[in-house]
Design a protein around this ligand. Sequence first.
Ligand SMILES: C[S@@+](CC[C@H](N)C(=O)[O-])C[C@H]1O[C@@H](n2cnc3c(N)ncnc32)[C@H](O)[C@@H]1O
Length: 472
Amino acid sequence: MSDQPRRPRRPAKPYRRPQKDPVRVIAFEALRAVDERDAYANLVLPPLLRKAREGGGFDARDAALATELVYGTLRRQGTYDAVIAACVDRPLREVDPPVLDVLSLGAHQLLGTRIPTHAAVSASVELARVVLGDGRAKFVNAVLRKIAQDDLDGWLERVAPPYDEDPEDHLAVVHSHPRWVVSALWDSLGGGRAGIEDLLRADNERPEVTLVARPGRATTAELLDEEAAVPGRWSPYAVRLAEGGEPGAITAVAEGRAGVQDEGSQLVALALAAAPVEGRDRMWLDACAGPGGKAALLGALAAERGAVLLAAEKQPHRAALVAKALAGSPGPYQVVAADGTRPPWRPGSFDRVLVDVPCTGLGALRRRPEARWRRRPADLDGFAPLQRGLLRTALESVRVGGVVGYATCSPHLAETRAVVADLLKQFPDADLLDARPLLPGVPDLGDGPDVQLWPHVHGTDAMYLALIRRTG
Ligand SMILES: C[S@@+](CC[C@H](N)C(=O)[O-])C[C@H]1O[C@@H](n2cnc3c(N)ncnc32)[C@H](O)[C@@H]1O
């Protein structure tokens, strides 16, 4: 034994339990569910928030922050992946998905919110300690400290290819959309850089909640009494809730006399109802009605004219939602669970037909933050035959002189004009009507005769509508 005096040891840091922050833990759990189980953020988050509220100590501001963290992280995932990839020493696919989720949540707090840097890093490291363990929390700490060295603009300059070299890749990284989606949106929108950038930016913004006062059942005046409610921009039945609000707490919504409905969807139903038909106007069909938003508006409009609405939907559980949406409708209607491509009704039965076909939903990216990352170009091939089949039967279902409205909540040309053009070739006795005058007061509707709405221009989802009249 040496009798040399020992150097005094630094006292070990006392172990500190990680602090569990319910907002971040919930945000992490929601991201895991989206990642692991292909869950939808808008379905998975509300029960988590409800449970936290019931547990106490979790208020509306906590819920708003958790929501913002989840939606913001999912929307900006493409940008954050590029930044994180520049800060780790291995390909992102080799980073454990739960670790990547904590890093993305941290990146969003650092680059996409006003949360101060030290708070964003320490909250993320505490989260990592709780959900990943102390070892991996050190890795999270090191990566987030690198990210914190620059702001979003600085990072984008480093990680996005220059616009002049590769415009689509540049926009994909800067505005966090898959490259093929940028390309498809741009093909449909046309024009130069400014327009597509405005659209991609709009896709990353939280949409306002828009209500519809179903005619004959509620009035916009009643809805405008709500706090922060302002009139819609285009639809006479629309009211916007500027602060988001809780639509379920509004009496008219709870009673089904009003509903939550994007103004683009309202305009589609209104334009079909306003289209001139020759002669009888008594039988209306919604051939793809689930969950029933447009059917409820069409039902109310049909009632005002003494017409009957048949709402058809293939999936029985969605047909039940349509029945719920139409319950209390002031006029006659019927809901059937039926395949619109093999309909139980006779050809030529209807005066007006809406066929709002299943689609990629690339026009509603604002409300489905994870959708852009899930969709694949191959999905278009899956929808193509169904979209054509449904439009074909819609055209067979309308009588001569009647009108079909073909609608999608996607602006992808393969789902819009290509489908309509193919069917017009098969139906030489059918003509496109100019839909633009049927959306009075709505600007920038393009060259027609069909209509494409845009989030950055109209503040709506990117709904498409073609109106087709049978002439023989
Ligand atoms: C875009 S959604 C319609 C949205 C609806 N119009 C609304 O505003 O609430 C398309 C609907 O078509 C239904 N669908 C799919 N294939 C169908 C078919 N062959 N016949 C009838 N409906 C079908 C889907 O289940 C889905 O509910």
